[in-house]
Design a protein around this ligand. Structure first.
Ligand SMILES: CC(C)(COP(=O)(O)OP(=O)(O)OC[C@H]1O[C@@H](n2cnc3c(N)ncnc32)[C@H](O)[C@@H]1OP(=O)(O)O)[C@@H](O)C(=O)NCCC(=O)NCCS
Length: 156
């Protein structure tokens, strides 16, 4: 899938995994029961900005609030670390991913369209410059399951 959407997608993923191994990026993991249900890679960009390099919830775990809670947990850490903005890019025709990032507070960045073959990515920004802007926990769709979030690497 990654290799289809992005011509050099697998090389890109190798580089992000190297970043995690060397501590240049964080890997966040969400767990539902005994299973990993989602993960995200966060790459610092300077002292106050981060790139959400990727975020993925397993198809069988979607629509249960895992993605929202993962963003809430990660953004609480961003706030703690004085991160003022988080950026993410995704396929502009992916309505589900767009609906998700808009629902948790990301806004489209003007003039950020970038072409990959026949399709386009667009960049979105989460403004964290004030505590009021942090995504807030909702009690909607709390599924009867455990939720755990693990951080394997810290910012250097
Ligand atoms: C986008 C994604 C992370 C959402 O995860 P999720 O756990 O299913 O999302 P949640 O259940 O937490 O939903 C949170 C919000 O997103 C929105 N959302 C979720 N699924 C949606 C859908 N199918 N259509 C529209 N909006 C949707 C809703 O507004 C929802 O808000 P609510 O909780 O108030 O109802 C998941 O679908 C995914 O991994 N998709 C592939 C992502 C991808 O391509 N990543 C690479 C680029 S970063």
């Amino acid at each position: 899938m990654l290799g289809v959407q992005y011509p050099d997608g697998l090389d890109w993923l190798e580089r992000r995994l190297d970043d995690i191994e060397s501590g240049r990026a964080q890997l966040w993991q969400a767990g539902l029961g005994k299973f990993t249900s989602g993960w995200a890679i966060v790459t610092p960009k300077g002292n106050h900005d981060v790139k959400l390099s990727t975020m993925y919830v397993a198809p069988g775990a979607r629509g249960q609030g895992v993605g929202r809670r993962m963003i809430e947990a990660i953004s609480a850490e961003w706030h703690y670390r004085n991160i003022f903005s988080a950026r993410v890019t995704f396929d502009e025709d992916d309505r589900v991913t767009r609906g998700f990032f808009e629902a948790v507070g990301f806004k489209p960045i003007p003039d950020s369209r970038r072409q990959y073959g026949a399709r386009f990515d667009r960049a979105y920004l989460l403004d964290l410059s004030s505590p009021d802007l942090l995504p807030v926990a909702t009690n909607k769709r709390r599924v009867p399951c455990e939720f755990a979030l693990h951080r394997f690497k810290r910012f250097i």
